[in-house]
Design a protein around this ligand. Structure first.
Ligand code: ZN
Length: 281
């Protein structure tokens, strides 16, 4: 099953994607749907108004997740090529919901940063409450997977040892277009999918999500030792090599740049970077 959140004149609505059509589900957005333990049946049987997928205005997949966890340094080949040891524990940081935008929205270039970079990532969406999960419980708690680009202000990220300030600038993180349930994907809850990121049509990142050191199941088991994961919570699983900051010379997003982020089977995001002009006070 494929699910989304679309914007309508009456506010956002959860939707089921059937081919080229989005069928409305009686829930204000995907997070609210996932909070109902019967979400799978509700989604499968919905027969609300239909929209053409091509013209749909898609919101962030889960517009207000209770938590957004992110993982650093998680692609095996990228870690090894940098001459580092594989990590014993995942590097975790967070992002706030205000950072999210829809899969076709503009990505904000804030005048406070001159080094805005891309990070194509596989996102895990939680579909049931889970705490101190066993492997089987972690597998069962996965609602599905989606594309996320952890767009990062590198100059702010590296001001201090803690990365958060560079990771949660407002309206910077495309999330969507669809949640795809594990039964539809090769590898299931440990999906093996090709991931790519392109800037102005030039491919800058390629990887396969089977190369993750800490896979989605392991991340849910690990994080749920810290805190209860709830329906609609999101885990961005980290990015492979090819980010702009590591290039020689470094490369960053500028006004008008088109960022295309794609994972086979999960869909494509297309976002234009736009300089933000702060309103006069
Ligand atoms: Zn990241």
């Amino acid at each position: 099953m494929r699910l989304t959140t679309l914007r309508t004149p009456d506010g956002t609505r959860a939707g089921r994607v059937d081919g080229e059509t989005v069928v409305e589900i009686d829930a204000p957005e995907l997070g609210a749907l996932l909070a109902d333990p019967a979400w799978r049946e509700r989604a499968a049987t919905a027969d609300g108004p239909c929209h053409a997928l091509a013209g749909a205005d898609l919101a962030p997949l889960v517009p207000r997740p209770g938590k957004i966890f992110c993982v650093g340094l998680n692609y095996r080949s990228h870690i090894l090529e940098m001459g580092r040891e594989l990590p014993e524990h995942p590097t975790l940081f967070a992002k706030f919901p205000e950072a999210l935008v829809g899969p076709h929205d503009a990505v904000s270039l804030d005048p406070a940063s001159e080094k805005v970079d891309w990070e194509a990532e596989l996102a895990v969406v939680v579909g049931a409450p889970v705490r101190r999960a066993t492997e089987a419980e972690a597998e069962a708690a996965i609602a599905g997977f989606a594309v996320l680009n952890d767009v990062t202000m590198r100059d702010w990220q590296y001001r201090t040892l803690q990365w958060l300030q560079g990771k949660t600038f407002e309206a910077t993180t495309p999330f969507g277009p669809q949640l795809v349930t594990p039964d539809e994907l090769p590898g299931g809850v440990r999906p093996a999918l090709d991931l790519t990121c392109a800037v102005d049509g030039e491919t800058v990142q390629t990887a396969n999500t089977s190369d993750l050191v800490f896979d989605p199941v392991a991340l849910i088991a690990y994080i749920s030792q810290i805190v209860t994961l709830n329906p609609g919570d999101v885990i961005a699983t980290g990015t492979p090599g090819g980010v702009g900051h590591a290039r020689k010379p470094p490369r960053y997003l500028s006004d008008g740049a088109v960022l295309t982020t794609e994972i086979d089977g999960l869909g494509t995001q297309r976002n234009t970077a736009r300089a933000v002009v702060p309103a006069p006070v």
